[in-house]
Write a protein that binds this ligand. Structure first.
Ligand SMILES: Nc1nc2c(c(=O)[nH]1)N[C@H]1C(S)=C(S)[C@@H](COP(=O)(O)OP(=O)(O)OC[C@H]3O[C@@H](n4cnc5c(=O)[nH]c(N)nc54)[C@H](O)[C@@H]3O)O[C@H]1N2
Ligand SMILES: Nc1nc2c(c(=O)[nH]1)N[C@H]1C(S)=C(S)[C@@H](COP(=O)(O)OP(=O)(O)OC[C@H]3O[C@@H](n4cnc5c(=O)[nH]c(N)nc54)[C@H](O)[C@@H]3O)O[C@H]1N2
Ligand code: SF4
Ligand SMILES: [Mo]
Length: 760
């Protein structure tokens, strides 16, 4: 057993080679193993990146037995054969001496940093005994399972369901929940944006040039650089997207909904909207138009600080480029408690100009089944979902389904932060254990102190990670997962305008005693006596089940890594439909106008797009029609505190990856010169940020690129556990300043709050 006390930590962190010195002390870390040459498994292996959950297709090879060179998979055209800086740094994670490569058991208090190495068998046995005991005493629902979505969450949740618990959670309410629930309410399903073909893009704080998604980022670059698209950005600070925009408006945080509604007001009352489209495909227009009457640009200016004349002009410019224009509905949807209304208002502006299934607008994903139906032919093979018969039906209700208004939340997403309420206040019943994988809520949920309290109160906590993350530091057992470069996973659907599949494949032989998620949770399932629910032998047998044992297809996807079928199709785009019909002789006959408009259907109660919704009204009275409600995000004497992504780090995940930590290890706090002057603060000064729940020390970065009433910090910094040595204590910990609050209907965890600032 090795104890890492604060003095040892500071001593080693102060030295030049700090990270290695510390790592040699850490039990279960890679540094403890003999460093052998890297063994690749093939010359060039097509796989999938996991440096962030965008999961871009990559191609990787081992160079000189000691490094992995990663580039984009050229077969995936929209990704341009490229990776971002984080994607290129995968080898730095793989070979990091501080990575954990042995299961660990806590031997001190939670969070104290005392660990011992144990065998996998011992880890499984301990977890199985603990969880089965809790199940026997309190029912399976007393255990929550959480993971960032992806292959890993699939396997963890399968275990959770086999165990009988309904309580499975992804990061949904800290990220996409707002726009996904808004899309479900309006379109009945998720929608995508066709940025690359857009001639006019209106962007509300979607910073694609730092919050990177290779395909969308490149799409927007292409639109701007090759096609001369105009980009208008509403953002409280001068982000990189704002810097590359034609126009930037420093909007007041949390007030985007007013500008979006005012754009809709102008589109409707200046007669700029697509009446034919509305008549044919949209329900609830009249109620919406009536509500929006009061939401004039002048009204919006008073709340958002965006000049009314600009809102009016932008609405006209936007409509002039219709339908090849788009209001980007954003990604991280946690700016305001009114996220549901805000994201619906952004969708509404798109619906009004009829850009649905048009180039440069919004569209629905075309998976094999849909695509083949239109082609009248089996153009793309499907992908099987190997299921297991007789899975137990959970007896208890989910902890987040206490109120009808949250009924649209999908069950493998869930309202993540309700784990805190259920543990601390037994609301709606007592949680007793939390099994998590690839998630670091201590950084990425809100109110760090509350998360600590929750983890301390639980009877049992398991974390599966590649590091002793800030959250894993409070676990009883840590399971070391192999990095993505060392593991195989299922074939995944990557369909966009046409069907596509891709697959993660192991690039190098496993280093250390780590395992992939599918194996960890299967083996744990066996130990828990649930082996009947895990009939597959290994990943290869799972993949073959997905492919209906088609060996030719198996070989193709393993060789290419990414396979797409057919031509891009947007149902209302005449040129695309014409090319499609030409290609497929049995294709469904088109309408008279040469499109598939009449075949467009939506999974809403009316089968149409619902601008206003009876279903929503029944779930949450007063919300059937999109409406503005005032919110108070800060006290009058406070400043808004907002956050965002930085290009060289991912969420609460990469701050200890050596190469990326070297690039950036601190997050200066952006403050406007007028605000800084008033408080006597200069760039480089040590400052204190204080909110209703926490206080953080940081370094000032005085810049005119932010509103006077707002401060900004990149998220994910300032880790407080000593094991994450390269990140510990560096910068402001955003989650420590944010109170835990939940938005209506979509359940989002809110990331904007009020703070006061002072020079130290
Ligand atoms: N390099 C990098 N790329 C990533 C990630 C990463 O961590 N690092 N994470 C990935 C993930 S998980 C996601 S969800 C996406 C997220 O991508 P984005 O949605 O772009 O995420 P953020 O950078 O968190 O937020 C965008 C911007 O919103 C601004 N903002 C804050 N409050 C408001 C407001 O009230 N109104 C407006 N209009 N703007 C506001 C912030 O200043 C920030 O610049 O990025 C993905 N790509
Ligand atoms: N204050 C504030 N909070 C935020 C945000 C913000 O902007 N501000 N952004 C939000 C957004 S958009 C998102 S998506 C969430 C993300 O929050 P989370 O879902 O918590 O995910 P990450 O922070 O991306 O990664 C979590 C953990 O995954 C581990 N990990 C990395 N690779 C692997 C692997 O291959 N296997 C396993 N088992 N573990 C691995 C990392 O070490 C890390 O500890 O955070 C949200 N929280
Ligand atoms: S955006 Fe970058 S880090 Fe994220 S998956 Fe793609 S290449 Fe990897
Ligand atoms: Mo996210």
């Amino acid at each position: 057993m090795i104890e890492l006390d604060r003095r040892t930590f500071i001593k080693s962190a102060g030295a030049g080679g700090a990270s290695c010195a510390l790592a040699t002390l850490l039990p279960g870390s890679l540094a403890a193993l003999e460093q052998k040459p890297l063994q690749g498994v093939g010359k060039e292996v097509a796989s999938i990146c996991e440096m962030c959950s965008t999961r871009c297709p990559i191609s990787a090879r081992v160079v000189d037995d000691k490094n992995v060179f990663i580039s984009g998979n050229k077969a995936a055209k929209s990704f341009g054969g490229k990776v971002c800086a984080r994607g290129g740094a995968g080898h730095s994670l793989l070979y990091d001496p501080q990575r954990i490569v042995k299961p660990l058991r806590r031997v001190g208090e939670r969070g104290e940093g005392k660990w011992e190495e144990i065998s996998w068998q011992e880890a499984y046995k301990t977890i199985a005994q603990k969880l089965n005991q809790i199940k026997q005493d309190h029912g399976p629902e007393a255990v929550a399972f959480s993971s960032k979505s992806g292959s890993l969450s699939g396997h963890l949740f399968h275990l959770g369901k086999a165990f009988g618990s309904p309580n499975t959670f992804t990061h949904a309410t800290t990220c996409p929940g707002g726009y996904v629930i808004a899309a479900k309410a309006m379109f009945g399903t998720k929608v995508k944006r066709d940025l690359s073909n857009s001639k006019y893009i209106i962007n509300f704080g979607h910073n694609l040039y730092e919050g990177i998604n290779m395909s969308e980022t490149r799409g927007m670059m292409k639109a701007q650089m090759d096609k001369g698209a105009k980009l208008v950005v509403f953002e409280p600070r001068f982000s990189v997207v704002a810097d590359k925009a034609d126009e930037w408006f420093a909007i007041r945080p949390g007030t985007d909904v007013t500008v979006a509604l005012a754009l809709c007001h102008v589109l409707i009352y200046d007669n700029l909207y697509d009446k034919a489209f509305i008549e044919r495909h949209v329900e609830g227009f009249d109620a919406f138009a009536k509500e929006v009457k009061a939401y004039t640009p002048e009204w919006a200016e008073g709340i958002s600080d965006v000049p009314a004349k600009d809102i009016r002009r932008i609405a006209h410019e936007f409509a002039a480029k219709a339908p090849h224009a788009v209001v980007d509905f954003g990604h991280r949807a946690t700016f305001t408690p009114e996220e549901f209304e805000m994201r619906r208002a952004l969708f509404a502006a798109n619906i009004l100009i009829g850009n649905i299934e048009r180039k440069g607008g919004l569209y629905l994903g075309k998976k094999a089944k849909t695509y083949n139906k239109f082609a009248g032919d089996k153009v793309a093979p499907g992908l099987g979902k190997p299921g297991v018969e007789g899975m137990p039906k959970p007896q208890a209700k989910r902890i987040d389904q206490v109120d009808e208004q949250y009924a649209m939340m999908w069950s493998s997403g869930g309202i993540y932060q309700t784990i805190l309420d259920a543990t601390l206040e037994a609301k709606p019943y007592q949680l007793r254990a939390w099994v998590m994988s690839r998630t670091n809520p201590m950084q990425t949920m809100t109110d760090r102190a509350l998360v600590v309290e929750t983890l301390k109160k639980l009877d049992f906590v398991v974390s599966c990670d590649v590091y002793i993350s800030e959250t894993a530091a409070y676990a009883d057992i840590i399971l070391p997962e192999s990095t993505y470069l060392e593991r195989d996973e299922e074939i995944a659907d990557k369909s966009g305008k046409n069907p596509a599949y891709y697959v993660r494949q192991r690039v190098v032989e496993t280093i250390g005693d780590t395992k992939p998620s599918w194996q960890i949770f299967k083996e744990l399932g066996h130990e828990m006596g649930l082996e009947q629910y895990f009939p597959w032998e290994n990943m290869e047998s799972l993949q073959l089940l997905q492919l209906d044992r088609d060996m030719a297809r198996y070989d193709e996807i393993k060789q290419k890594g990414y396979v797409s079928y057919g031509k891009p199709l947007m149902l209302r785009e005449p040129s695309m439909v014409a090319a499609f019909v030409k290609q497929y002789p049995n294709a469904k006959p088109t309408d008279d106008d040469g499109t598939y408009a009449s075949a467009m259907s939506f999974k809403t109660p009316s089968g149409k797009i619902e601008l206003s919704s009876d279903k929503v009204e029944k779930m949450a009275a007063g919300r059937g029609v999109i409406k503005y409600r005032e919110v108070k995000l800060k006290q009058d004497n406070e400043l808004y505190f907002i956050q965002g992504k930085v290009a060289v780090h991912t969420n609460g995940a990469t701050h200890n990856v050596p190469m990326l930590a070297n690039l950036m290890s601190d997050n200066g706090v952006w403050i406007h010169p007028v605000t800084a002057g008033r408080l006597g603060i200069s760039s480089g000064d040590k400052i204190r940020l204080t909110s209703s729940v926490g206080s953080e020390e940081g370094t000032a970065l005085v810049t005119p690129g932010i509103r006077q009433d707002t401060v900004f910090a990149y998220m994910g910094f300032g880790s407080k556990n000593k094991e994450l040595a390269r990140a510990t204590g560096k910068g402001v910990h955003c989650g420590n300043l944010l109170p835990n609050a939940t938005a209506p209907v979509c359940g989002m965890n809110i990331h904007t709050t009020g703070i006061t600032l002072a020079k130290i």
